[in-house]
Design a binder for this molecule. Structure first.
Ligand code: ZN
Ligand code: ZN
Length: 342
């Protein structure tokens, strides 16, 4: 049996291990993908650090990672329409296909979802077995680095496209990779002005590069005092990507009456918000979970084909064996998207 290298969580506790494991056997409805580029997600960092969420959700041993681009090297016997040699990425949420949500076109909130690199072996490995129905083929000659960030870009597209952004004043709170993607999407959509806030100067610089008109350091400046004078009445749309209760509160205060917010950032503890302000200002709050399958993916493809430039978001590349260094950099926050090259 041929073997490969894989980054695994071998046992409960912090850290990862670079292991020699068997190349996965595919089921008849799967394809085997040779990974060309992987990207580290916040989820992977949670599992690396072994926080409370990971301890409750992840059952080691498991190969982690879900953001990738790679080439199909084997096609399961029941799979049609996919060929060896095709560059692909994939939706990392495997849905049950049977629950109410799956059967009403809302598979992204499936009751029995299995997540790549969390519930099943992931892609921080030389090869991965992926369900064919989750595969998203990429055009010939497509940059594998951009292919590898489709999953988080899809989160941004889902969050941003809930609203029409053309001509709108848009706030993005939290300038990690998904927030930075949101800035690029708002620019491409023809937003009137984009306000971006973070506490981290490195990410504030990236926000400027992606085209934010106003950047606000939430640690020392107040979002509302920037947004209100610049817009007259407040912003139309808030895209909350930070998971900071302070950023959420200041973002909501900076919206105009009738404004709307997408909430994607995950809060580590319960948050209290001013519901009277939501009611009397008639605000709309949208919770955003994952990517719509596959509406969001077609929208993302269209945005990229129309010239969406997200290359400045990708700031670092590490070899597989340098995973500790990559995770330390992620923990420092002095980075955009970090890639792992097998
Ligand atoms: Zn991800
Ligand atoms: Zn389902």
């Amino acid at each position: 049996m041929a073997s490969m290298r894989a980054l695994q969580k071998k046992a409960p506790g912090p850290g990862l291990e670079l292991c020699e494991v068997e190349i996965p056997q595919i089921r008849p409805d799967q394809v085997l993908v040779k990974i060309e580029m992987a990207a580290i997600c916040g989820t992977d960092l949670h599992i690396y650090n072994w926080d409370t969420w990971s301890a409750n959700r992840v059952s080691p041993p498991v190969t982690i990672g879900h953001e990738f681009a790679g080439r199909i090297v084997e096609v399961g016997e029941n799979v049609t329409g996919l060929a060896e040699g095709t560059l692909v990425t994939a939706e990392g949420h495997f849905t049950c296909g049977r629950c109410y949500y799956c059967r009403t076109g809302q598979g992204h909130i499936c009751d029995d979802v299995k997540i790549l690199g969390v519930d099943v072996d992931g892609i921080f490995a030389e090869y991965a077995a992926i369900d064919a129905e989750n595969i998203w083929p990429l055009p010939d000659g497509f940059d594998p680095a951009i292919g590898a960030v489709h999953d988080p870009l899809g989160n941004a597209v889902h969050s941003a496209y809930v609203h029409g952004l053309t001509g709108k004043n848009v706030i993005v709170t939290g300038c990690g990779p998904i927030g930075l993607f949101c800035i690029a999407l708002a620019r491409q959509a023809g937003a009137r002005a984009v306000f971006a806030s973070d506490m981290n100067e490195y990410r504030i610089e990236l926000a400027k590069q992606l085209g934010a008109d106003h950047v606000i350091n939430g640690g020392s400046e107040d979002l509302e005092t920037v947004v209100k004078p610049a817009t007259g009445i407040g912003a139309d749309v808030l895209l909350e990507m930070s998971g900071s209760s302070q950023a959420l509160a200041s973002g909501l205060r900076s919206l105009r009456k009738g404004g709307a917010a997408s909430l994607l950032g995950i809060f580590s503890s319960n948050v209290s918000i001013d519901l009277d302000a939501v009611i009397f200002n008639q605000l709309t709050l949208y919770g955003i979970n994952g990517r719509r399958m596959f509406d969001t993916w077609f929208q993302m493809q269209a945005a990229l084909e129309a010239g969406l430039d997200i290359t400045p978001v990708i700031t670092h590349r590490f070899k597989f064996e340098e995973y500790d260094e990559a995770m330390a950099l992620m923990n420092s926050g002095r980075c955009g998207k970090v890639l792992l090259v097998p």
